[in-house]
Design a protein around this ligand. Structure first.
Ligand code: FES
Length: 152
């Protein structure tokens, strides 16, 4: 092998060696390494304690609520506890009157149904009908800025 062949051989080898590194550096971030967006699901499978990560405190502070329609137990709406904002409250936002999806209205301190204006307190109890049944709730907590909800 002469000097020119050796340099060409090393050059091709160098490119082939560094190509995967260059591709990896230019690739988009994976779900695990990127910050989740509103309502995203950083971890869809339950942990051994039954809690599922459904977002982060950054997510909930963007709009004041996280709606997740892919939660294992059904629809899920999470808000910060209006009495203790260091905690979160999770409800099934399906209105028990006729099935519309309620939303948290901070100015009314209530979950409000857009269909017939039923109102529910942050703990899900009925404040105003026509709904007669409360919203169902889930156990929820914040751990290391992750919002965790237990399906049962
Ligand atoms: S569906 Fe909610 S009040 Fe009727």
């Amino acid at each position: 092998m002469n000097r020119r062949e050796f340099i060409n051989w090393v050059g091709v080898g160098g490119i082939m060696t560094s190509l995967p590194i260059a591709i990896a550096a230019c690739a988009p971030k994976t779900l695990e390494s990127s910050a989740p967006s509103e309502g995203s699901t950083p971890s869809v499978s339950p942990r051994t304690d039954g809690f599922q990560a459904i977002g982060t405190t950054v997510d909930i502070d963007k709009t004041g609520q996280i709606l997740n329609e892919n939660f294992s137990a059904g629809k899920l709406l999470v808000i910060r506890d209006p009495i203790n904002p260091a905690q979160v409250i999770a409800v099934n936002p399906t209105c028990p009157h006729a099935g519309c999806t309620v939303a948290w209205q901070k100015n009314q301190d209530s979950f409000v149904c857009p269909c017939h204006n039923s109102k529910f307190a942050s703990n899900g109890t009925v404040q105003e009908g026509p709904a007669k049944q409360p919203l169902s709730t889930y156990t929820a907590k914040i751990e290391n800025n992750l919002i965790l909800v237990k399906a049962s």
